[in-house]
Structure formats: C-alpha cells, structure tokens
Ligand binder design. Sequence first.
Ligand code: DQQ
Length: 550
Amino acid sequence: MNGIEHPSNGRTAYHFQPAKNWQNDPNGPMYHNGIYHFFYQYNPREATWGDGKLSWGHSVSGDLVNWAALENALDATAHFDINGCYSGSATVLEGGRPAILYTGMNADMEQVQNVAFAKNPSDPLLREWEKPSCNPVIPIPADVTGNNFRDPTEAWRGRDGLWRVGVGAEVGGLGSILVFRSADFLRWERNAAPLHVSSQQIPELECPDLFPVAEQGTVGLDVSTPSGPGVTHVLKLSDLAREDHYMVGRYDDAAETFLPGEPERGVDCRNWRRFDHGHLYASKSFYDARKKRRVLWAWVDETDGGGVARGWAGLQAFPRAMWLDADGKRLVQWPVEEIETLRRKRVGLERATEVEAGGTKEIAGIVSSQADVEVVFEIPNLEEAETLDPKWLLDTPGLCAEKGASVHGGVGPFGLLVMASGDLEEHTAVFFRVFRHLDTYKVLMCTDLTKSSTKEGVHKTSYGAFLDVDVEKDKFLSLRTLIDHTVVESFGDGGRTCMTARVYPEHVATSSTRLYVFNKGTCTVKVSKLEAWELATAAMNGGASGSVEP
Ligand code: DQQ
C-alpha cells in the first residue's frame, strides 16, 4: 500500500509509529525466520509515558519499511512487572527459541530483570510471549543504589557456551554496566568485574549495548562473534542528558572487560563519540542476518509537547545500517537501502551548478514534505573562511546558535532549507560552515531550528558538530537529509556525522512545503550533485493516512 497518500494528524509517512498513543525506547529488535520484529516501549492507554505502566508494543515487517501491528508482546500484569515492562532485548536461544530479557518495575517498585519466551517458536509472527513464574531471574543486587538497575543488553554467548548479559546499574553512586552469566537463561550469576564504571557525574546509565563490528568493511556481525583478529567491539551507553554515546574498544572475553580504544576520553561517556548530534535517544542495534548488516534503531521524542492533542507521541529514527569507519574509531550510519523502495518522483541537477553569495535555489517538482535528498557541495576556495574563536571548540551547538543560517559568513553557511514556507518565514536549515583554525580548517555542520516554526512553545534549538574531514584536500562535502513532515534526519560526510531534529511548521496546514539550496557565505559554492526523491507513504501499523498535501 505504498501510495503517495499523505498522512494526516501530523503523522509521518515512513518513520515507525504505532497507530496511536505513546512510544519511547526501541526494544528487542530482531530478524527471525524471515521476519523483522520490532518491539517498543508503549503506553496503550494514552499519548504520554503516564504512570509508567508500560507494555512492549510489537510490530512485524518483511522489509524494515512497511509494518503491521500485533498484540502487545508484554503487558504489566505480574508481581514482577506490575508497575511497568521496561526496556530490554531479544536473543534467539539454541534450537531457535526467542527469549526476551526486560526490566520489570515490580510490586515493590523495585527494578528487576525478567525473562519471557516465545510461546510458540514455530509461529512466524511470535505473537504470544510467556513469562515463567520463576521471575525475576535477576533481582536487584544489594549494592545497587537509587533503584537504578535496568535495560538488559542482547545476550551474547562466550566461548564456554554460557550466556552473558549487561545491565545498567548504579553501584555506590556510579553508573556501571554489570554482567551476569547463565547456562539456561533462567539462573544468572553476577561477574565479579563490571564491564564499565563511570565517574560520579554519571550515576545512572540507560539502555547499554555491547556489539562486535568488523574492523574492515561494512558487513555486520552477530552479537556472539568472539573477539579476535578483525573483530572489535562497541560499548554504547545512554546518559540522562538524553544523549547516546559510544566507544570503540576491545572486549576481552577472558577477563570479561572492555578496554576503550580511546582511553583519553575517560570513563565519563559524555566525552565519548555521539551517534547523533541532534535529538535521538535510547538506541539499540541488532544483527540482520538477511542482509548481513548491523541495524540501529533509536527513539526520537516530541519537542513541542503536542502529543496529547495529536493522540500519538514519539517516533523511531529510520533504521540505519551501521559499520566501523576506516579510522577504527567512528561508526558510520546510513539509512537502510530498503528506503529506496519508497522513492517515487525524482528531481535533480543535470550538471554542477554554482550558488553565489546570498543565493537560494528552489528544488521544485516534488512534494518535499516526505523526501530523500542527497547533495554534494564543492568548495572552490577556502580563502574567505572565518577564523574560529577557540572558545567554540567545545560548544558546537553554541557556535551554531551564534552563527545560524541567517548569519552571513565567508565559506558558508551553505546547505539545505527544508520544510520551508514559500515566503521562507518558516524553514529548517541544515548547513555547513568552514572556519580557519590554526593552520588548518574546521567544518561545522548545523541544524538550525530557530525558524522551523512560527508556533510558540516549540523547542527551536541549534544542533552542531565539527566534521572529521580534510576539506583542503577533499574540497567536497556531502549531505543526505530525510524529510518526513515533523522529523528531519541528516547524514553529513557519508554518515559519519548524524543529526536528527523534530520540526513543527505551521504553514503545512494551509500550503505546501518547499525545499531550497542556499549559500549565505561570500564565497560561491558549487552543487556538484543533487538528487531529491519524493517518498511514498509506507504501511505503518494501520495508522490513519489522509489526503494528498496541496
Ligand atoms: N526508558 C525505559 C527505561 C529506560 C528509559 C522506560 C530510557 O527502561 O531506562 O520506559 O528512555
């Protein structure tokens, strides 16, 4: 049902959403017997997190694009989860039986770890899940403080055949990842050494993930792939500032420790690398055996407080394939290729086009409220680059706010204006700006939301990051942006720097949205490639879709 029918009620066209109500963290994504399963934190009663008595929503897909909703996999019904079935993971056990490990908020309001098994593993949809009465399988340990003990990782199997799972815990006031071992998924024993211990500034860590990545190439690895030549690991943590961070390093499966590849960044994960410099949280990845890739899911919350009025709240970022960059330190993320099945009308530039100082060019001919845009800029010379005040080196969002899309510069700002009204009173700018710094150049990527909506009460911040590029040598900067009504996901430098934003423009109620390329620098830039596709509306859990936008 991939029509160009556009969604109503502010819904998105191809980002994962249940038909109604609240969703937050992605839980237990898995590919099993030819079907993709996606579970998520779900409040079936209303469009807020509410009393926290959350369920695990469950949807299935054949292509990661079109989704069908099933009954909830888990509801808060037992003494060990009566106050909420919180986040966790899915693991396929020997013999092909899928199991879920999740955090239950029990009758005493304690966080405990529970297991649930697929009731009928031969049901291709895995519709029913049963919770054994021996739950909780991991009660809260005595040394855990602040009742912070949650979000089990996908379990991995060691060379000794035992399963391991990591759980976020506050131990003596320090955010830690504890590891538990089990032969049968029911009886778990704690490892003496935690996998990770943070500084005192981070007492709580949420939604940890530990997964292997190939040192070379884009192929993904199953979570139980042992460490060894050609295989390194990634430890992912979510901190309470609502940011997701990662560190590439060595998982020593004999000592069961994680050795950071960039120890100079310390144990405070706020200094680690970020998956996304915008608004994205609680991410979780899985190994997709169908296409031999690792795929990342992540929650993208509302930023206008309008969920209740719309009857739904929260999105998932479009699934991203993820692999280790050639530098061995960064992850690269790219929308899964199945997005191309939604591509319909294409517009583009036949030849390289200059955008002069102060210039704006409309990319017309497609409905750009649900679109996939790829653009490559060429920077002919860097002489006019502004000098960077070093005070901004540690505050890229601040620099993006100070030097937003409307502030003229030397080399840049140049980029895209998306979800723009015809008079440009409303627009979201995704742009680059090049600075001279010492004897080199630094490229800033920003998403500037200051003009994204004329509505009051909407979060209109600026997101920013420096790209790790040698613009003097390469001269080209690439940007891909997925636009979907209220979400704008941008991938700079081939997916090495990502930025997700929520936007709520008012003009969409009465007029169509536009897309532009712009340049507010004094230096002319060249658009050496530009392709933009209108995307069809995916089948999304039976959610309502409305008439075509004017
Ligand atoms: N959301 C879940 C918790 C998790 C938090 C509850 C992260 O399990 O720590 O909805 O957003």
